[in-house]
Ligand binder design. Structure first.
Ligand SMILES: [Zn+2]
Length: 285
């Protein structure tokens, strides 16, 4: 028994030493990821009523177009990929546009070095850049994948804001063995990074919590602006019936982050004011 206890102490001491020796490793053994928001453009004069349900019809705002870079534990992860196709640039003229693969270089990341891409949802401005990161494994909700490669294009299906070219790239990634389908709510997809559903911006949109000191929630379009959180107003949802679920999930995001200040909305330019920012890059953590 004494030997066993001694061994146990020795083991604990070794674990402690190891965790101290590894830079950036949290006590849990999970990476202490850095999180950066990278702004690849701005769409001016966007109607607020399309972002915050119930906002005055004539109110406009400038929205930030963003990808989030998460680094740690030997991984270079992008949450969302922005877009690059001409048709969308024409439809949504984007000021200060920089193609997302060029934008990540400003943070010192080569596009081929991105190991993982987590897609919040299939809309053009979030999934439209997956082909710019050729070596990445793409993570998307199983139901989002199933719906937008299937029923969305059947009679009665909905595919507003979905680009067929992006879906081709997504299916190709699957046939290449570099697509991972995430099964629903509260799933750890990478060490310390959990995916959540229920906000239903699209058929099965997801948001993520990046664990650490402190933890952050990256909401993407499940919460467009800080104003959604402050006013308890829904983001645009898949159907009107999903709006209470969206508001409930915004409350959940705050709980998961431990503070409303640590929920990062999808298109709010103020994330580049609230966090230390140089040029296009805000250092969230
Ligand atoms: Zn968006």
């Amino acid at each position: 028994m004494a030997t066993y206890t001694t061994r146990l102490f020795a083991l604990a001491a070794t674990v402690l030493l190891l965790s101290e020796a590894l830079p950036g490793a949290a006590a849990t053994g999970k990476p202490e990821y850095s999180i950066e928001a990278i702004r690849y453009g701005t769409i001016a004069g966007f109607p607020v009523s399309a972002l915050v349900m119930g906002a005055p019809k004539d109110e406009k705002t400038d929205i930030a177009m963003v990808v989030w870079l998460i680094r740690g534990g030997g991984r270079t992860i992008l949450f969302d990929t922005g877009f690059h196709r001409e048709a969308w640039l024409k439809q949504f003229p984007t000021a200060d546009y920089l193609r997302p693969d060029e934008a990540v270089k400003l943070a010192g990341v080569k596009p081929e070095d991105v190991t993982d891409v987590i897609i919040s949802h299939a809309h053009w401005d979030h999934m439209g850049g997956i082909d710019l990161f050729p070596k990445a494994t793409v993570w998307i909700q199983r139901q989002e994948f199933a719906y937008y490669t299937g029923d969305a294009w059947q009679p009665g299906g909905r595919h507003g804001g979905i680009d067929p070219e992006d879906l081709k790239a997504l299916v190709q990634r699957n046939t290449e063995g570099r697509l991972r389908l995430v099964d629903g709510d509260d799933v750890e997809i990478l060490p310390g990074i959990r995916a959540y559903t229920g906000a239903r911006h699209t058929f099965a949109s997801q948001y993520i919590r990046v664990e650490g000191n402190p933890s952050f929630v990256l909401a993407s379009d499940n919460c467009y602006l800080y104003r959604n959180l402050a006013e308890h107003k829904a983001s645009a949802t898949f159907s009107e019936a999903d709006q209470p679920g969206n508001i409930k999930n915004q409350e959940r995001m705050i709980a998961l982050a431990g503070s409303a200040d640590r929920v990062v909305p999808g298109h709010d330019p103020r994330q580049f004011e609230r966090f230390p920012t140089q040029g296009r890059i805000a250092r969230i953590r």
